[in-house]
Design a protein around this ligand. Structure first.
Ligand SMILES: [Zn+2]
Length: 146
């Protein structure tokens, strides 16, 4: 169950990556259009058509503002995603019943529950086994209404 959820999360982040690349493409196109419209605004102003120039300048500025807003938004989202990588931990237990030493270490590729480890127990030198794998979830700070 835990594994399935992890896989789902990974695909979700891949999807959001795709979306962000589409977004940056759209932002680039809108940015190019805004530059063109500003250029047209200058041209029409030089000709003497102040109304059309103002219209194009306005359009250009709005498009540019949208670009900046979108860029800011995607940057912030990327930063949030980076901060939120959960740690996966493996629980290692000594198979010697008199010792039953429990240790934790970060999950390594190829780890699975009930896997026998080559690393001997630090206390008694007995065989060790992975007895659990879990994802550390940082609980968000709770706020209480007073
Ligand atoms: Zn031991």
């Amino acid at each position: 169950m835990r594994l399935i959820r992890m896989v789902q999360q990974q695909t979700k982040s891949a999807q959001s990556n795709k979306i962000s690349t589409y977004l940056t493409l759209i932002v680039l196109v809108v940015f190019a259009l805004s530059i063109v419209s500003l250029f047209v605004a200058v041209e029409t102003y030089l000709i003497g058509d102040i109304i059309t120039a103002g219209l194009f300048a306005g359009l250009g500025f709005i498009a540019m503002l949208i670009c900046l807003f979108l860029l800011f938004q995607t940057r912030r989202q990327a930063a949030e995603v980076k901060l939120d990588i959960p740690k996966v931990m493996a629980v290692i237990e000594c198979q010697n019943k008199d010792c039953a030493n429990k240790t934790l270490r970060e999950f390594q590729r190829g780890d699975f529950v009930f896997k026998d480890l080559d690393i001997a127990c630090g206390k008694c030198g007995g065989k060790q086994m992975i007895t659990g794998i879990y994802k550390e979830v940082k609980e968000k700070e709770k706020t209480y209404a007073v």
